[in-house]
Ligand binder design. Structure first.
Ligand code: A3P
Length: 291
């Protein structure tokens, strides 16, 4: 679409939604509570999916909350928070979403027992998802060609900066009790197993029926039908779903339908260089010989 970006501490943010004042306030003054649960992601990595899972889990699988309250009210964004807002009205434990890189995250978090669930996804699929989303989201720049976006992505010239810096920053939390790293690919492969892992991490056990319901109501088809999470309540000026759905394909490996051989090579080489220093082997690494 036609959005524009401004830089804050070297990172791109869409104009109109974020401001330097809000970002500075959130970093320095956002008060974190010990029982807060943060869903942290790089954009297009499965944020909406994780919010839906958690909304269902906190209600023991009862879908009435996730079917009656818009997702942005169930798990508001912390980076658009400035003073009193709906975040303050949320019942504990609060679900709070964020795309912030770790260095811009509320400082108060690091002195708290609040939890972060970090969802990551094959950056190639993130790029393809972002490409399609950029065409329908009013706050994002027209992506141009996939080739153009690929260059911008590898240079970190996209909203929330470099995918590599984002994950490298957050992986410094790996091994901490209040940090769960989970991938979109794991959710795809074994949703039930992931829901169990999340429920253990949160200390929120589920009965069999509750577990069944969380899984059933957070599948791609179930979420596509749910107007409280498919973003069809937003006006087309913000999200023009006549041009393409927010819940677009919901699969792993769609990049293979988009990348040319040359683009694969460019991406793979950049990935290998930029991944240096990250010890984790990700589920997608085996497809690219990057183990
Ligand atoms: P695609 O564009 O590849 O379809 P985010 O919420 O971080 O913006 O991520 C959006 C991506 O997650 C979209 O990817 C969307 O379809 C996918 N997604 C959301 N819910 C999903 C679900 N239940 N199952 C699989 N994919 C899902």
């Amino acid at each position: 679409m036609t959005g524009a970006y401004f830089k804050y501490k070297g990172i791109n943010f869409p104009v109109g939604i974020y401001t330097p004042e809000t970002l500075s306030y959130v970093e320095k003054d956002f008060k974190v509570r010990d029982d807060d649960i943060f869903i942290v992601t790089y954009p297009k990595s499965g944020t909406t999916w994780m919010i839906e899972i958690l909304s269902l889990m906190l209600k023991d699988g009862d879908p009435s909350w996730s079917r009656s309250v818009p997702i942005w009210e169930r798990a508001p964004w912390c980076e658009t928070f400035l003073g009193p807002s709906s975040i303050m009205q949320l019942a504990d434990p609060r679900l709070i979403s964020s795309h912030l890189p770790i260095q811009l995250f509320p400082k108060d978090f690091f002195n708290s027992k609040a939890k972060v669930i970090y969802v990551s996804r094959n950056p190639r699929d993130v790029l393809v998802s972002l490409y399609h989303y950029s065409k329908i989201a009013g706050h994002l720049k027209d992506p141009g060609s996939l080739d153009q976006l690929l260059q911008d992505f590898l240079n970190g010239e996209v909203p929330f900066g470099s995918w590599f810096d984002h994950i490298k920053g957050w992986m410094r939390m790996e091994g901490k009790d209040n940090f769960l790293f989970i991938t979109y690919e794991e959710l795809q492969e074994d949703l039930r197993g992931c829901v169990q892992r999340i429920s253990e991490f949160l200390g929120h056990p589920l009965e069999q029926a509750g577990l069944d319901s969380v899984v059933e109501n957070s599948t791609f088809p179930a979420m596509k039908e749910n107007t409280m999470c498919n973003y069809t309540l937003l006006p087309s000026t913000l999200l023009d779903q006549r041009q393409g759905a927010f819940l677009r394909k919901g699969v792993c490996g769609d990049w293979k339908n988009h990348f040319t051989a040359a683009q694969c090579e460019v991406f793979d080489q950049a990935y290998r260089e930029m991944k240096q220093g990250l010890k984790t082997t990700f589920p997608w690494d085996k497809d690219h010989g990057d183990t």
